[in-house]
Write a protein that binds this ligand. Structure first.
Ligand code: SF4
Length: 388
């Protein structure tokens, strides 16, 4: 059973902080839809009968394409693979990139989870990061989504934005939670080299809150989200009980998924081996291969067992529930704690583990804050194994 990710690389306009694979929508969009449908037909022959438990349309802004195109792509996936009757079918959207009719069309076609990018409720903050919409436009989209029938809705928020105070962030959380979405993603702004925001910060034209203020903002935000009934289940993700994103759980459980579209990544079993592969990362190269009837693959690597184990640790420790030790043993034939005993013991001395359930290897909140250094310890163990 796999998850399917579909990448739509178009946006109405590029945000100032964004380094995702996305471009302002242009005349290639029609060809892109046809190419995606061709790619689906090609993978159908490669993985016949593969069952699908979730589909996720991400981007970019998928709803930059007409709703009809998105429905045609979903239909092609349905034709290619048996979808589980209760499959989660998510789509990301941005305010201004879709209206009431489009949302209704998506809901009727079977999309049952919507993820809306908002980031902050203060228009001045949205302007500084180059978002194309205002809070009022977000609100209209949210209302339209509810009227169209969507009940499972995520809202994306960010902290650490230029000019953002802790009060701004907490006000954003309160306002958004009052709308009653089932899920809130709360990311920290990452300043990426090559983006206009990066250039502005380096040139002193823009300033970010200092790292201590961002850490305090994040902590206060987490407390408030939990108080408002949104349980943290992953480093940056919070949900009402029963509404964790099932597609993203596939990634964090290191389960197989197939990526479609430009720059999409896949991780699954092929010819008896666990492999990771990716598609061409620019639109012309992606279109060219498919228009010649070829799969748009750019890279393919075999993932050995040590790497699979480390990936399972790296992804699983992002989850609040942690790593299911019995599932790890069933997959790899060894216990996760015994395998990484030195790294485990070292980080135990720092008090980073939650010992409440011995069936799981689980970080506590302090440990989650030190995830990067903990993973470095686990990676060292993997390298030592590899060299032996
Ligand atoms: S909407 Fe999302 S993908 Fe598009 S430019 Fe903004 S951050 Fe990037």
């Amino acid at each position: 059973m796999i998850g399917v990710y579909v990448h739509i690389p178009y946006c109405l306009r590029k945000c100032r902080y964004c380094d995702f694979c996305s471009v302002p929508i242009d005349e290639t969009a029609g060809r892109y839809r046809s190419a995606l449908i061709k790619e689906i037909a090609l993978v159908k022959d490669k993985y016949p009968g593969e069952r699908v438990k979730s589909v996720f349309f991400g981007g970019g802004t998928p709803t930059a394409l007409p709703a009809e195109d998105l429905c045609a792509i979903l239909d092609a996936i349905r034709d290619a693979f048996p979808l589980e009757p209760d499959a989660e079918i998510s789509i990301e959207c941005n305010p201004k990139a879709i209206g009431h009719e489009g949302l209704k069309r998506l809901f009727e076609a079977g999309f049952n989870r919507l993820s809306i990018g908002l980031q902050a409720t203060q228009n001045e903050l949205l302007r500084r990061i180059g978002r194309v919409h205002t809070f009022e436009e977000f609100f209209a989209t949210y209302q339209a989504a509810r009227e169209a029938g969507f009940t499972n809705i995520n809202i994306d928020l960010m902290h650490g934005l230029p000019g953002q105070t802790q009060d701004d962030y907490l006000d954003t959380i309160r306002t958004v939670a009052a709308l009653g979405p089932t899920h809130i993603s709360a990311y920290s702004l990452i300043l990426e080299e090559g983006t206009p925001l990066y250039d502005d910060v380096i040139a002193g034209r823009e300033t970010l809150p200092d790292p201590d203020a961002v850490a305090d903002m994040e902590d206060a935000g987490m407390d408030l989200l939990e108080e408002l009934g949104y349980l943290r289940y992953e480093v940056s993700n919070f949900a009402k009980p029963g509404f964790a994103c099932r597609h993203n759980l596939i990634y964090w459980h290191n389960e197989p998924y197939l990526g479609l579209g430009v720059a999409a990544h896949s991780s699954m079993v092929e010819d008896g081996f666990w492999v990771r592969f990716s598609n061409e990362s620019n639109i012309p190269a992606y279109l060219k291969k498919l228009e010649k009837g070829k799969l748009p693959r750019a890279e393919r690597i075999l993932v050995n067992t040590f790497e699979q184990m480390f990936e399972s640790v790296m992804l699983g420790l992002r989850l609040v529930e942690g790593i299911d030790r019995a599932a790890f043993s069933a997959r790899f034939g060894c216990d996760v704690i015994e395998t990484y005993l030195e790294a485990y013991q070292k980080n135990d001395r720092f008090g980073f583990w939650d010992h409440s359930d011995p069936a799981y290897l689980r970080l506590n909140r302090l440990g989650m804050d030190h995830l990067d250094s903990i993973l470095r310890d686990f990676r060292e163990r993997r390298l030592i194994d590899f060299l032996r």
